[in-house]
Design a protein around this ligand. Structure first.
Ligand code: G4F
Length: 339
């Protein structure tokens, strides 16, 4: 007899990670459900675009991270084996501008999901999307699971709180709660406000003659950048372990924003020095120190490793944006590319 299909709930399913995870789990034979804000159902072309390839195979439920009642309602209607909590305000720079809403959504949203699961489905495994931003002013390099947290942004603080909430539900109530401490992970599905996509989209606009410069903040900032498709595999592996635990997920290599620019412009046959301009307005009140992850535990225990390196990642982003922009301008020559 075939075992029943596993059922997974993904919060933040419309985002970069949520959409890759949904595709991955559908491919593994899961019944996949997602929480989305009601507005997404009213504007599916705009808000559910990343889910295009699996939309007919998944189930979508309206719920709001700011509302315990809406989350409780969905969890009271459906039973799940695994819950991937990816939703939240994820743009670090925005958290400096409005720390209150970042804290409220990220901390309360996580707490609501955990509390509703405890009440209704305590056997459902829970994944929390932790972040390298939790390390902030780093105590050691590279950072691993035992490195102390010292966040430097309201976003980082909210992620530390979510991490501790998850650990508390694990320890106090015996629930299977695990966190992935994910370093930066990118793809052509990244939103345009993040620096990688801002650069690849900027390169495409310049190459196609729609812009003449790209304004960026700190070019010397370094990040450990991997591919989002690789990182959602790690999320799944984390919930397949016999015991709940926390894992750093990273490539172990750092590169600067300047290096990213150099490669990205070169991919389009351009020299970044001719186009990149410094924009003081994009500088942050505080930067993290050098964030590089040591994913030895994930490699050893989960058997996980990244398949896409820095060069491959940059090339993929630039080629995807060149194609996207070329097809958009062909269909509608007056269209202005976002970003
Ligand atoms: O692309 P970013 O905005 O990503 P950041 O702040 O590292 O955060 C991302 O990764 C975290 C770790 O996984 C996540 F937790 C978080 O949710 C998000 O996904 O900025 C990267 C670096 C920063 O040092 C920033 O100062 O690029 C620098 N930068 C330089 N010029 C810029 C720009 N960042 C942005 N967004 N825009 C610029 O023009």
């Amino acid at each position: 007899m075939t075992p029943p299909r596993k059922r997974a709930l993904i919060t933040g399913i419309t985002g970069q990670d949520g959409s890759y995870l949904a595709e991955y789990l559908v491919g593994l034979g899961y019944e996949v459900h997602g929480l989305v804000r009601r507005v997404a159902l009213e504007q599916p072309e705009l808000r559910l675009g990343r889910l295009r390839s699996v939309l007919s195979q998944i189930q979508i439920h309206p719920a709001n991270l700011d509302s315990y009642a809406s989350i409780f309602h969905v969890l009271s209607q459906q039973r799940f084996d695994e819950c991937y909590h990816l939703a939240g305000q994820s743009f670090v720079a925005e958290s400096f501008a409005d720390g209150f809403s970042t804290m409220s959504t990220n901390i309360n949203g996580t707490h609501y999901v955990l509390a509703a699961l405890k009440e209704l489905q305590p056997k459902c495994k829970f994944y929390f999307a932790g972040s390298s931003e939790m390390f902030g002013r780093v105590h050691e390099t590279p950072q691993r699971e035992t490195t102390p947290f010292q966040p430097r942004s309201p976003y980082g603080i909210s992620k530390v709180a979510g991490y501790h909430l998850s650990a508390n539900y694990r320890e106090d109530f015996g629930m299977f709660c695990a966190s992935g401490i994910l370093f930066n992970h990118e793809s052509p599905r990244r939103s345009f406000e993040f620096v990688t996509r801002k650069i690849s989209a900027g390169v495409a606009r310049i190459k196609l003659g729609l812009a003449s410069e790209l304004r960026l903040g700190n070019l010397e900032a370094q990040r450990d950048w991997g591919h989002a498709r690789d990182y959602v595999r790690a999320m799944h592996l984390i919930l397949q372990q016999p015991e709940p635990d926390d894992y750093v997920v990273a490539t172990g290599e750092a590169h600067s924003v300047r290096e990213f620019c150099e490669l990205a412009f070169a991919e389009a046959g351009l020299d970044y020095r001719d186009f990149v301009k410094r924009d003081e307005a994009v500088h942050r009140p505080a930067e993290t120190d050098l964030l590089i992850g040591d994913a030895s535990k994930a490699r050893l225990v989960l058997g996980w490793q990244p398949t896409v390196g820095f060069v491959g990642l940059v090339k993929e982003l630039v080629q995807a944006d060149l194609e996207l922009l070329a097809s958009t301008t062909q269909q509608n020559p007056s269209a202005v590319h976002p970003g």
